[in-house]
Design a binder for this molecule. Sequence first.
Ligand code: IPE
Ligand code: IPE
Ligand code: MG
Length: 251
Amino acid sequence: MTSPLRPQLDLTRLPRHVAIIMDGNGRWAQRRGYNRIRGHQEGAESVRAVVRVARDLGLSYLTLYAFSEENWQRPQIEVQSLMHLLSRYLKKELAELRAQNIAFRAIGALSLLPQKVQREINAASAATAEGAVMTLTVALSYGSRSEIVRAAQELAEQVRQGVLAAQEITHELFAQQLYTKDMPDPDLLIRTSGEYRISNFLLWQLAYTELYFTETLWPDFREEEFLTALMDYQRRDRRFGLTQEQIEIKA
Ligand code: IPE
Ligand code: IPE
Ligand code: MG
């Protein structure tokens, strides 16, 4: 079913890259008297819905924050369930991702994930590598500060070896060390569940991203809510530090 909101979107002014902090699964479940895991299951349905809409509209990049470095500290049973759900998602959706011509990839400290999940991620990435319509990136065991520190270590090592001079480190070179090196920065960041924070997600990459927060919990965030966020984005003026007049001259 396509939403009646679709015709209201200006298809010429869509964000190229949307990133989402998918939050509120636990509260969604608790409010209904279910356990938190049920909320994560329902959240997986929202992932399906949003991926489909993003792809149909023609977004080039969709990046989903699914599991943070800090989330490892949750109760073991919840962590295990999340890993299990991830496996299930990969198995169930692989054919669909291929059929839709979507490239799947994962970013984060992936070596910390269970071996089985790592194998499944590698298989899914390889099987969809040709996907040319949209890149779906899932951030797993992801922490932005760790990503930045790792980049600094990598560059420091190159300087130590004498292959790079410290002065040669530019924004571009730094960004090349990040997991997101082959993607444009997000144009729009969505966070669900009424929390107004970034929670260690893409700190470098969000420098000029438009931020959109909604009270809607992730399992309730489907096509309508996604289109509403995109319409809100289309009402923004992005100035990148310039004046509005300068922007108009450029356009
Ligand atoms: C988001 O929902 C999913 C993950 C962080 C893995 P939460 O599990 O954080 O749900 P709340 O925020 O506790 O409601
Ligand atoms: C952020 O949600 C991480 C993901 C959505 C994967 P959290 O629920 O972990 O964030 P906090 O604890 O509310 O900041
Ligand atoms: Mg949360």
